[in-house]
Write a protein that binds this ligand. Structure first.
Ligand SMILES: [Zn+2]
Length: 316
């Protein structure tokens, strides 16, 4: 039994921040369309500013957090949804994940030289410029006793929304429309998105040549394209009002909002466990001149210090 995060005294000093209405699910009555409006609110600023990345990388990370928040909110069981993008660009690795309870975190690895060279040439690179060629993997992890379900697609398209849509078209085999935005606003960094999914019609089957369904889906996506980044990232515009602006003629039905939260699961105890798995020789090498081993949580960007003498190797 793991210690719940709120009882874990070894948890680092990171904000226990919850955004109650982070995800607003909705559907269009009588039409094969459901969707989610995602708004990270102040959580975007808190998560993104723990890392000192240039703005284009921060925007990419904010959009990645929005994608995993959207996908995790559809989980029917306990678990987590993770997005991992590996490419040959200046951001060779980007990881974001979200649990079924909305706990979010991310990590981006950058190649400083390649990134500086790109930004000198192109101050506003596309997501694709940052990531290069490679693949995008989405993993559903529903606990130790279950199979991890993973879908992998090539990086395709210029921005993360196109890449995520491509993933849906390939892996989930249903149409999906995705808009993502992350910007520095007057209130700090904000990130959000709108996701529409074409679901099976009544009776659970998708009817080939369903012309009414095709028309409804097309109408919904056309209405969705009128959403602006300013509206999406405006904290003072309630999610229901925003959705009503877009879909009020389409019999909009709004579901129960879901929370998003600061979600790193790192702890001193867990990192000490990791250290004990190394042989003594390796631990000696890791220790600095002052006898301390420093472990950094790559998600929170927090250093944990362990005196070398307190760590006994369990490695045979
Ligand atoms: Zn952490």
């Amino acid at each position: 039994m793991q210690t719940p995060a709120f009882l874990d005294r070894d948890r680092p000093d990171v904000p226990d921040l919850v955004v109650p209405g982070g995800i607003t699910p909705f559907f269009l009555q009588g039409r094969p369309v459901r969707g989610r409006l995602i708004r990270l609110g102040v959580l975007a600023d808190v998560l993104l500013t723990r890392h000192d990345h240039p703005a284009p990388v921060t925007r990419l990370a904010g959009k990645a957090l929005t994608v995993v928040a959207a996908l995790a909110s559809a989980l029917k069981f306990q678990g987590s949804f993770s997005l991992q993008i590996k490419g040959d660009g200046p951001v060779p690795l980007l990881v974001a994940d979200c649990t079924d309870t909305g706990a979010l975190r991310f990590y981006a690895r950058t190649d400083e030289d390649a990134l500086n060279a790109l930004l000198a040439e192109t101050p506003n690179p596309t997501d694709r410029d940052l990531l290069g060629n490679g693949y995008l993997a989405l993993t559903v992890d529903q606990g130790p006793d279950t199979d991890r379900h993973q879908g992998i697609v090539d990086i395709a398209g210029d921005d993360l929304a196109a890449m995520a849509s491509h993933y849906f078209a390939t892996s989930e085999q249903h149409a999906c429309w995705i808009y993502l935005s992350c910007k520095m606003t007057d209130a700090g960094w904000r990130a959000g998105g709108l996701v529409l999914e074409r679901i099976a019609g009544e009776g659970g089957s998708h009817v080939v040549g369903d012309e009414d369904g095709d028309a409804s889906w097309e109408t919904a996506t056309i209405l969705a394209t009128t959403l602006t980044s300013r509206e999406l990232l405006d904290d003072s515009l309630p999610p229901a009002d925003l959705l009503y602006r877009l879909f009020h003629e389409e019999d909009l039905q709004i579901g129960h909002p879901r929370a998003l939260a600061y979600g790193c699961r790192c702890s001193r105890a867990r990192l000490a466990d990791v250290l004990q798995g190394f042989p003594d020789d390796d631990l000696d090498h890791m220790a600095q001149d002052d006898g301390q081993i420093v472990m950094t949580c790559e998600f929170c960007n927090i250093d944990f210090r362990f005196p070398r003498k307190d760590i006994s190797s369990h490695a045979g």
